[in-house]
Design a protein around this ligand. Structure first.
Ligand code: GLC
Length: 785
């Protein structure tokens, strides 16, 4: 406790931050080519270099002996492909070269420099390279150029650019306020992207021990290190931020297309405590005409917090409740934590003990820790048998008609000093036992895998939705991520923007914070401004904590309610656009919500833009993020930008002062581009029958718009049951040429979409070689697809 007072900075206390000495890998002794990978025996260990693609190289160092390349990694989904590599030997160097990159090895001492195919240095080591300590720590030192900017690192507080920061990856439950220096948080994504004057590369340090990334201690070097395991990292050569993300997600996988209902508006509370309350809540949404797709059940639905149970008094008829709500278009998503209550009369606990599913010490004693249900045991999700068991248990929920699950406390959180499981606990790890110290960072991720796969199997062709708090690199394959226990502070609304953008840059496209703030009391203005942002974050859930003010959209009077309703409806209007972007996330790994630097990496003004973001490649959103403010600056990059609401055209490559009353959100669409809108619906159970492509016409340039749609709930799109086309637009002073390409319509829902022009000059519109005759004043026509 004293540590929370000024005692923490008592002059008698020593500063423990300092240099730790690492042994250098030493000189190269021998180089051997071994089945398409290159092994370098150095004086103090072995380094292997293996190309996964011409633009992706994996570098592994093991001070103990030959690096393990067999990849028992839980994050990596691919094996190395066939890459043609040239080997050139000079006196001082060895160079491995692909079409996209060169890996140049200095022999004495052993140092790696990665260059692009034009021989520009991308990443370099100098007096310090790879090192280790006999106690097991491993480290990589890299030169840091004055122009290097750092992004990614998954879920971190603070600003967008992480240069000057030092981060730890160790999944941690943090209820204390998330400050800029609060680290670590719930997710560990040991991945980052470096941007240097428009040129990007990425590094994924695939190590599940506690890892540290230090861009702070020195001006000229950065490092990444781990408490144990191998130094095992992938380097992605870019050259654009989008290329880097495509490369990283090629290695760690991409998200499945979510069910449409999962990208609607979600309402949560810790907790809606009774069936009556949940039904009442649904009714209020309907009465007020506010769209909603999901209501969450937090821990109070359970019988004394026993997972896979319902409290029969509070929720006498869960099946009826789920069904009735589904008939109204609302899905129920219950929380499922990993802790299983130690109770010899509780079936799940009995089974877990009898069938040996819980984490144990090496001596055979079960590990127990305290969480919501009291003393609990923790399933060993690193083991296939227990994953299957856990996955199967979810028929308890699917039998009730439930299609989504919320995994929480899966760091795992334990109510003790260390906040988690004893690092000495063993995990079976599918036949390769390791301690919790080694596998802590993937515990929640493996729970997500067990849950997602179990749900997928039980749902028999329907897409499951999973929300998780903890995760590791690759979490996007199973779950969407919310950013944990934030607070109803304007500062937390501000911080959520760079946090979600950096998660997006880390391969996790489906994320968002608790809208309105979880802890602390929100207020009408904050909730309204946050809902405006939420309408455009990939994951959109209002959630609040026990003991705080209720924060449903109507809790702060009619004025705010009407505004929030408008913005929730706007979310639904934008659904076809968002859904097409989610499909791109699933196909290419690109985030839905993006920092401007992703689209404009050559523009230094975008490198530290924390308070505005992009949705896809053509929309800039500049929300109001402080109380009482109705004016703010927005930086619009190169090009011309159309104010979405007023139609006013603004010049790019400069800042503008924009005005936004409490009912306004500044949105700008790049001239020449397209937005797909649908009609407003109460929930995504209804089909949006009317799709309109809004073309923000230009007089020069071109744009390709990719539209995607499918049934929104099954996996039938994997067999081609979807609607997809690219709209190619070419502008001149005289004409707008439109072509529909790469068409594929096997969906059958509709054969036409509307096209509506905004800002069209006296140009002729020619669609697939046919001139369009507009009838009436609206510049609108039906496009056959
Ligand atoms: C944790 C979660 C929060 C949840 C609460 C009760 O604090 O982060 O979202 O409401 O537990 O389950």
């Amino acid at each position: 406790m004293l540590e929370d007072t000024s005692f923490a900075i008592h002059p008698g206390k020593k500063n423990t931050v300092g240099d730790t000495h690492f042994h250098d890998i030493g000189n190269l002794v021998e180089a051997v080519e071994q089945q398409e990978s290159y092994h370098f025996q150095c004086e103090q260990g072995v380094v292997s270099v293996r190309f996964y693609r011409k633009d992706i190289v994996r570098i592994t160092m093991d001070p103990e002996g030959n690096p393990q390349e067999n990849n028992d990694s839980r994050a990596v989904t691919t094996s190395p492909g066939k890459v043609s590599v040239g080997l050139k030997e000079e006196e001082a160097f060895l160079t491995l070269e692909t079409e996209a990159m060169k890996v140049r090895i200095n022999k004495q001492p052993f140092r790696i420099t990665v260059l692009d195919h034009q021989s520009n240095v991308i990443s370099a080591e100098d007096e310090r390279g790879m090192g280790f300590q006999h106690s097991g720590e491993v480290i990589a030192h890299k030169k840091m150029d004055a122009a290097d900017r750092f992004y990614g690192f998954g879920e971190k507080s603070g600003f967008l650019d992480k240069r000057g920061e030092k981060y730890t990856m160790w999944n941690t439950d943090v209820y204390a306020p998330h400050n800029p220096e609060t680290d670590p948080l719930y997710e560990s994504i040991p991945y980052f992207m470096v941007l240097n004057q428009g040129r990007a590369h990425g590094v994924f340090f695939d190590n599940t021990y506690k890892t540290t990334f230090d861009m702070k201690s020195e001006e000229t070097h950065y490092s990444f290190s781990a408490e144990g395991g191998q130094l095992d990292y992938y380097l992605f050569v870019g050259p654009t931020p989008k290329d880097v993300l495509e490369q990283y997600t090629f290695i760690t996988g991409r998200m499945p297309i979510p069910p449409k209902w999962a990208i609607g508006y979600h309402q949560s509370r810790y907790s809606y405590e009774t069936e009556e309350e949940v039904r009442g809540l649904a009714k209020t949404f309907k009465e007020k005409g506010i769209p909603v797709d999901v209501i969450y059940l937090d821990i109070h639905y359970m019988d004394e917090y026993r997972v896979f149970t319902f409290d029969k008094e509070r929720f006498p008829n869960p099946e009826g409740m789920v069904e009735d709500l589904k008939n109204q278009g609302i899905r129920i998503v219950p929380i499922v934590d990993p802790g299983v209550k130690k109770d010899s009369e509780y079936k799940i606990y009995q089974e877990g003990v009898r069938e040996d599913h819980f984490c144990k010490y090496i001596e055979g004693d079960t590990y127990y820790g305290e969480v919501w249900p009291g003393i609990s045991a923790f399933p060993d999700f690193t083991d296939e048998k227990s994953r299957k068991w856990w996955g199967d248990k979810h028929s308890f929920y699917t039998d009730l008609g439930i299609e989504g699950i919320w995994n929480d406390m899966n760091e795992p959180a334990v109510f003790n000093e260390s906040k988690t499981m004893d690092p000495a606990v063993m995990h079976r790890n599918d036949g390769n036992p390791k301690t919790h110290r080694a596998l802590h960072n993937i515990y929640g991720y493996m729970m997500g895998k067990a849950t997602y796969e179990g749900m997928k199997e039980k749902l028999d062709g329907k897409r499951p939705f999973l929300l998780t708090r903890a995760g590791y690199a690759g979490v996007q394959r199973y779950a969407s991520v919310w950013t944990g226990d934030n607070r109803s502070f304007w500062e937390h609304l501000q911080m959520s923007l760079p946090m979600v953008m950096n998660l997006g840059l880390s391969g996790v496209a489906f994320t968002g914070p608790d809208v309105g703030g979880f802890a602390h009391d929100t207020n009408g203005e904050l909730l309204t401004r946050w809902t405006q942002v939420g309408a455009f974050t990939p994951y959109f859930r209002n959630h609040s904590a026990i003991g705080t003010l209720y924060q449903e959209p109507w809790q702060f009077g009619e004025k705010y309610e009407a505004i929030m309703k408008d913005f929730i409806q706007l979310r639904y209007k934008w659904m076809p656009q968002l859904y097409s972007l989610f499909q791109q996330a699933s196909e290419k790994g690109l985030p839905v919500m993006r920092p401007l630097l992703m689209e404009y990496p050559d523009d230094p003004k975008t490198y530290q833009l924390n308070d505005q973001f992009m949705v896809g490649d053509n929309v800039v959103i500049a929300p109001i993020l402080a109380p009482g403010i109705t004016d703010r600056a927005v930086y619009l990059p190169e090009g011309e930008w159309v104010d979405y609401f007023s139609g006013k055209v603004l010049e790019g490559k400069r800042a503008h002062l924009v005005h936004a009353e409490i009912d306004e959100l500044p949105i700008f669409v790049r001239k020449g581009t397209v937005l797909a809108h649908g009609n407003v619906v109460d929930s995504m159970v209804q089909t949006q029958e009317e799709i309109t492509l809004h073309v923000f016409a230009d007089t020069k340039g071109s744009y390709n718009f990719h539209f995607y749609d499918d049934d929104g709930e099954t996996f039938r799109h994997e067999e081609g049951n979807c609607l997809t086309f690219t709209l190619e637009l070419n502008y001149s002073e005289e004409n707008v040429f439109i072509r529909t390409c790469e068409k594929h319509n096997n969906l059958g829902s509709y054969s036409h979409v509307n096209v509506e022009f905004h800002g069209l000059e006296e140009q002729k519109v020619v669609v697939n070689d046919q001139e369009v005759e507009f009838t009436g004043s609206e510049k609108r026509f039906e496009l056959e697809i």
